[in-house]
Design a binder for this molecule. Structure first.
Ligand SMILES: *Cc1c(COP(=O)(O)O)cnc(C)c1O
Length: 450
């Protein structure tokens, strides 16, 4: 394969336009040593060959999606300025772009006024959301799914908030009965609803949790770091749709533009429905420059220096591909789900495999059909290795017995987990490549079994 480089041709003209903004300054061009830089850069290129091919449709392992070329270019272009979105003094244009980009994200969930900003990723975004929960509900517990991202229990450790994890049903969703039990035991301040779990892409039952909220009055934080953008997709199951249709009713939402939003890493987002939570961020810094009475993004975020380039890249991507229902971006998410369903159907009707959970979004997990959980796990390891040798890159996940017990009558559970193959079909081209992917997987499995 070749790397896409045609789009690099667009860069020089854009740099010239940017440069013309500074024409009235005395002439100054920093000196560069091309020869020594070439040597180092080529060495970097050599070293970077040691990577999985995340950008190729044959990489269907972890949650890795290549940034859109427009994001790559806008990010690069902005580095000639290297804005810092901590304060308006650090980047006027990129701060304005961040505010616009966040408004568009909030718009996906039907929020027209909210407080929000970009940050380094889902971890930081969730940290801020749970910190605000603690400010509003000090000493009260946070509940999250056993299948929630592990970051939540760690964040609660950092913030010193009591944390309780809630068991899941056969579709990896929090059990409503277990939530109710925890609520009856009392002192629950916030429930974290995962909308798209990282392991299986499952959706916690938000409509039922909103019902419970009427009685018990807790806060709801939605962690949709991975799954948030699927709010735009038109081909979800009715049950999934009902989760997304109620997402706007929660108190805070996390979404990662660097997961499904076509951005380079370093781009997460947190939004709060009630802008007045901004008071908790209040600080009185002698360092921050105050050339404007307008709100500084640094006044509403916990991180100080932040890459304005992330905002520039996201803004540019949203200009090209508006994050709206029925648009090209929504269409590409719909294709991801189609690819996952196609893959699931093939796996499900093949006696060499065992699968259960039908994908809600674009993640599938399955294991090898064997007599015992340990043997299925061993074969899974072997298929994982052999597929990689055939250039097909999958991921693995050790998943608990309770997730699969109801699907697999014949598997003997000689251990309480099973190693599964896991595949995230999040690429633009995943759907078109399904036949080739299946072919390679199928041949690999035959080899392992023979
Ligand atoms: C990825 C993910 C996180 C962590 O986000 P980072 O961007 O990796 O810091 C949190 N929650 C969920 C549901 C995720 O998928």
């Amino acid at each position: 394969m070749t790397l896409e480089t045609k789009t690099l041709d667009l860069l020089p003209q854009a740099v010239e336009i940017l440069e013309s903004g500074f024409n009235d300054l005395p002439d100054f061009t920093p000196a560069v040593e091309l020869d020594s830089m070439r040597k180092v850069l080529n060495e970097v290129a050599l070293l970077m060959k040691d990577n999985y091919p995340y950008h190729h449709p044959y990489y269907i392992g972890q949650m890795m999606k290549p940034p859109h070329p427009i994001a790559r270019l806008a990010y690069m272009l902005s580095l000639w300025i290297n804005p810092n979105n901590h304060a308006l003094d650090g980047g006027r244009a990129s701060s304005a772009m961040e505010k616009e980009a966040v408004v568009q994200i909030a718009g996906m969930f039907g929020w027209d006024s909210c407080l929000g900003h970009l940050c380094s990723g889902g971890t930081m975004a969730n940290l801020e959301a749970l910190w605000i929960s603690r400010c509003l509900k000090p000493n009260e517990k946070i509940l999250a799914s056993q299948q929630a991202h592990y970051t939540h229990s760690r964040i609660c450790g950092v913030l010193n908030i009591p944390f309780e994890s809630i068991p899941v049903d056969g579709r990896a969703r929090m059990k409503v009965s277990a939530i109710k039990d925890a609520l009856d035991r009392g002192n629950v301040g916030t429930i974290v609803v995962t909308v798209g779990t990282t392991a299986t892409g499952s959706l916690d039952p938000l409509p039922e949790i909103l019902e419970l909220q009427k009685t018990y009055g807790f806060r709801i934080h939605a962690d949709s770091a991975y799954g948030g953008y699927f709010v735009l997709a038109n081909n979800l199951s009715p049950e999934s749709r009902s989760v997304y249709d109620t997402l706007g009713e929660v108190d805070s939402i996390v979404i990662d533009p660097h997961k499904h939003g076509l951005q380079p890493y370093g781009c997460g987002c947190v939004i709060f429905k009630d802008p007045s939570v901004g008071i908790f961020y209040k600080h009185d810094s002698p360092y921050t420059y105050f050339t404007s009475s307008e709100l500084h993004l640094g006044e509403i975020s916990l991180e100080c220096s932040r890459p304005g380039s992330s905002a520039v890249a996201l803004w540019a991507t949203q200009q090209l591909l508006p994050m709206v229902k029925g648009g090209a971006f929504a269409g590409s998410l719909e294709n991801c789900r189609k690819a996952a369903l196609d893959f699931f159907d093939r796996i499900n009707s093949d006696p060499r495999f065992l699968t259960g959970l039908r994908p809600e979004l674009d993640i599938i997990v399955w294991t090898m059909n064997a007599g015992m959980a340990s043997e299925a796990s061993r074969l899974t390891d072997a298929v994982f290795e052999a597929a990689a040798l055939a250039n097909l890159h999958l991921a693995k996940a050790n998943l608990p017995r309770d997730l699969f017990e109801e699907y697999w009558d014949n598997l003997v559970w000689d251990q309480d987990y099973v190693t599964c193959l896991r595949s995230v079909l999040m690429k633009q081209d995943s759907l078109d490549w399904m036949d080739k992917i299946w072919d390679t997987l199928s041949r690999t499995v035959d080899k392992v079994l023979s």
